[in-house]
Design a protein around this ligand. Structure first.
Ligand SMILES: O=C(CO)COP(=O)(O)O
Length: 248
């Protein structure tokens, strides 16, 4: 049972997976469920955006930092709005690694999403080597500070955060509930140095090998407000059980 007023959120990040059939199965599965105490967002690859009906909240996995123009292969926030997309994942570790997205570029993208009145899901998280060498909190603080510097603390009222330790993504090696809680509390405390109220209200998701059988314990931690789900978001039954864990 939640002891705070934050509404839990579960977002499914399909990454470069899924097909038209999965869109249909997922919509059917979620339409039949009663999930009135939480929010569900699906972040499919762009080609499937038009196939989603308006009952589900739609999220994007990335966005251009530019408004429009000669940027081959990019998608703008204005285009997302035409498809009723409300959320945009920014700074996922796979994009930071594969596309060399720096903290500064991540900050520009967050600003772009906020300018369009959409909700960024800002991802932070450390590689295993950083956890081992004891610089975990500095690493997370640096990721947050780049965005704080660009948009200011007041804008964090419109942001969702996701803590995704890189060593837990797609590995089956979930952070323990205590490990997740420790970092979530650190993040909230870091923001509270600038604004108590915004820090108390911000939704912080955990991501990294969340499954139907570990979601409830993770989501019951005091500072964990739901999850950003990769692999398990491709299985409608697993994903539903994760959403049900957040609905309690
Ligand atoms: O990267 C993730 C979600 O953005 C987590 O992926 P997995 O749930 O597959 O570990």
């Amino acid at each position: 049972m939640r002891t705070n007023s934050r509404r839990q959120l579960v977002a499914g990040n399909w990454k470069m997976n899924g097909d038209k059939a999965l869109v249909e199965q997922m919509q059917k599965q979620l339409a039949a469920a009663s999930l009135e105490n939480m929010d569900v967002v699906i972040c499919p690859p762009f080609p499937y955006f038009g196939q989603f009906d308006s009952k589900l909240k739609l999220g994007s996995q990335n966005i251009s930092e530019f408004d429009s123009g000669a940027h081959t292969g990019e998608v703008s926030v204005a285009m997302l709005k035409e498809f009723n997309c409300q959320y945009v994942i920014i700074g996922h570790s796979e994009r930071r690694a594969d596309n060399h997205e720096s903290n500064e570029l991540v900050a520009l993208k967050v600003a772009q999403v906020l300018k369009a009145n959409l909700t960024p899901i800002l991802c932070v998280g450390e590689p295993e080597s950083v956890r081992e060498d004891g610089t975990l909190f500095d690493y997370i603080a640096t990721q947050l500070d780049a965005v704080l510097l660009k948009v200011g603390i007041s804008q964090f009222a419109e942001i969702v955060l996701a803590y995704e330790p890189i060593w837990a993504i797609g590995t089956g090696k979930t952070a323990s509930p205590a490990q997740a809680q420790e970092v979530h509390a650190f993040i909230r405390g870091h923001l509270a140095k600038q604004d108590d109220k915004i820090a108390a209200n911000i939704v912080i998701l955990y991501g990294g090998s969340v499954k139907g059988n570990n979601a409830q314990e993770l989501f019951s931690q005091a500072d964990v407000d739901g999850g950003l789900i990769g692999g398990a978001s491709l299985n409608p039954e697993d994903f539903l059980s994760i959403c049900q864990a957040a609905n309690q």
